[in-house]
Design a protein around this ligand. Structure first.
Ligand code: CO
Length: 604
């Protein structure tokens, strides 16, 4: 049976890759009956950012979406993407959270769990695999694909055989950066089968490099069982090969999918309309191939993030230096795949190294990574790097066991907290709260407000999100106003100061601090602006949010002492004073947004 199956990604990865996971449940429901007749191997519709975005931006319950889709598609296997021990977020969770999450996801309708760990640390996948097996659902275990001297064909084949041994029902080769070449796809799949591998293989590859269709053909020749596609209006670019094109390409061959082209065309017509509703959220670059990825290996999301981080730090001219620094840091950190969260660790460390000197400024996340809190690095990290990052005590700081072993159970504790707050309406809420304590709680309290409803789409020109898009397309634009708009009382035109920055398809909120050229709404109230400079003034070396202030007025400080922690580029970093003296005045409060060069404290 060489027939190839299709996993349709339009309800999850496609819109996560193209427009930051913003598709609403109501834009999915009308077409599900038709999709249920197609005979896909699976439809991926949950996991990854589809948990975060609905509670953060849409005021929709992700569990409701799961139940509604299940009800409308009783004949189709529903798939979710599970970030192994990270579940549907970015940190390791204790085992009881993983187990309960899997149990309830299966109970509400998930048939296929695709599990991956960014570092391919199989210890992070053990409990998720066991949990899925325990529910009787299909367990698809993944290897995260990347290119490095460590990530050889043998490396992948060995990992795949191990996952099979652990009971995987199928294995996914997950090429989230879209870098797999036809030869590599053929060699890895062929190598696994030759080594006696028996699990069906599902190839998941994004189209960025422009060669993914060819990779699917070679994968078929090597014996792949399933390939991942998007219905054509959502296909290619940062998405995946088109479903209809793939179906037609295999038609009449030994790999014929058997899917009905006419039916797919009807589904295509529907999604063309949906795509048009969301078109204002799509960057034109996301629709085209970018073959440069195979050379620098920096995924598009990470690249735009680096650019915006440098912009915020006022150092856009350093981009070339940062692009050269990324592979050096990646090697020093043992060649992690550049995917969330490790892309963030490598990217920000590279930016810090260029701006402040190599490892002069080390965010907490880099330390956590080197300590082994995310899992084991794919390749070794040299002792000298460990010492630079963690300090002279590094040997006692390294975790050699499975990261989650050091975590206390959380489920009962979170349950009790929700009960005490009177917010426990369904068991699923415990997980929403445990996994996203801040935004989850806000959502459960009914305080989340949807950014806009589906009926309002596409957005009008004067919507802040439309303006944010214009800014991102034309960064040189200093001011944005519309011709129809009367400036209110001659006052400043309001421009959004909070932007969403996409990293590997995940959205992060970024605050832009007012600086020359930007005008900010309001202005009434608030603290008086601090002076530009004073004698003994110490200025912020970076843009970020002040998390905590470690000194108070009258304190004596020594050179190199930590005076504040700042969240910059989504990472927590320490600000050290460059001189000794006495703190005379502090110009910022914790929670404040500071720009590079803003006065922080006065030390005399
Ligand atoms: Co993907």
């Amino acid at each position: 049976m060489a027939k190839i199956g299709i996993t349709e990604l339009v309800l999850r990865d496609a819109h996560q890759s193209l427009f930051a996971t913003r598709m609403r449940t109501e834009d999915m429901l009308p077409i599900l009956k038709k999709m249920d007749q197609v005979g896909y191997w699976a439809v991926e519709m949950w996991g990854g950012a589809t948990f975060d975005v609905p509670i953060r931006y849409l005021n929709q319950d992700p569990w409701d979406r799961l139940r509604e889709i299940k009800k409308a598609m009783p004949n189709t296997n529903l798939m979710m993407l599970l970030r192994a021990q990270n579940v549907v977020a970015y940190r390791n969770f204790p085992d009881d959270i993983v187990e309960n999450f899997v149990r309830l996801a299966q109970k509400n309708g998930i048939d296929v769990f695709r599990i991956f760990d960014a570092l391919n640390d199989l210890r992070n996948m053990e409990v998720p695999i066991k949990s899925v097996k325990g529910t009787g659902a299909h367990c698809q275990a993944s290897v995260s694909y990347t290119i490095s001297p460590i990530h050889t064909e043998e490396y992948f084949v060995k990992k795949m055989l191990k996952l099979e041994e652990w009971g995987a029902d199928s294995i996914c080769i997950k090429d989230m950066a879209g870098m797999i070449s036809p030869k590599r796809a053929y060699d890895i799949i062929g190598g696994y089968i030759e080594a006696g591998g028996k699990c069906p293989i599902d190839l998941h590859a994004h189209s960025i490099s422009g060669m993914t269709g060819m990779a699917y053909q070679r994968a078929a020749e090597a014996g792949v069982s399933v390939v991942d596609c998007d219905i054509s209006p959502f296909a290619e670019g940062t998405g995946h090969p088109a479903t209809e094109s793939t179906v037609y390409a295999f038609k009449g061959t030994e790999w014929d999918t058997g899917l009905d082209m006419e039916l797919l065309m009807e589904i295509r017509e529907y999604f063309r309309t949906v795509f048009n509703k969301y078109r204002h959220l799509i960057r034109i670059e996301a629709l085209r191939p970018d073959p440069s990825i195979v050379l620098h290996q920096i995924p598009g999301g990470m690249m735009s993030n680096l650019v915006s981080q440098l912009e915020m730090q006022g150092a856009k001219d350093k981009l070339d230096a940062v692009l050269k620094e990324v592979p050096v840091v990646r090697e020093e950190l043992g060649f992690p795949p550049l995917v969330t969260p490790t892309s963030q660790v490598v990217g920000v460390q590279a930016v810090m190294n260029v701006l402040f000197g190599r490892y002069k400024n080390i965010p907490r996340e880099t330390k956590d990574y080197v300590m082994g809190m995310y899992g084991q690095s794919p390749g070794p990290i040299r002792d000298e790097i460990k010492e630079i990052v963690l300090g002279p005590e590094w040997k006692s700081m390294i975790i050699t066991g499975r990261p989650a072993d050091s975590l206390e159970p959380e489920f009962e504790k979170r349950k009790k907290e929700l009960e005490e707050m009177g917010l426990l309406k369904q068991e699923e809420d415990i997980l929403t709260y445990a996994i996203y304590p801040q935004i989850g709680l806000k959502f459960l309290k009914g305080e989340a407000s949807p950014e806009f409803t589906s009926e309002k789409l596409p957005l009008p020109l004067d919507h802040p999100q439309t303006r944010a898009m214009v800014k991102s397309f034309f960064p040189e634009v200093k001011d944005i106003y519309l011709y129809e708009e009367e400036p209110k009382g001659g006052g400043p035109v309001s421009i959004p100061t909070e932007f969403d920055v996409e990293v590997d398809g995940e959205m992060f909120e970024v605050k832009v601090s007012p600086k020359g050229g930007f005008m900010v709404a309001g202005g009434e109230g608030g603290a008086p602006a601090p002076p530009k400079d004073v004698e003994g003034g110490f200025k912020s070396p970076m843009q970020g949010n002040v998390l905590s202030i470690k000194v108070k007025e009258g304190d004596a400080v020594t050179e190199g002492q930590v005076i504040m922690t700042v969240e910059a580029m989504k990472m927590e970093t320490e600000v050290k004073i460059d001189r000794a003296g006495t703190v005379k005045q502090i110009f910022v409060q914790s929670g404040a947004t500071v720009a590079t060069g803003d006065l922080l404290i006065q030390v005399l």
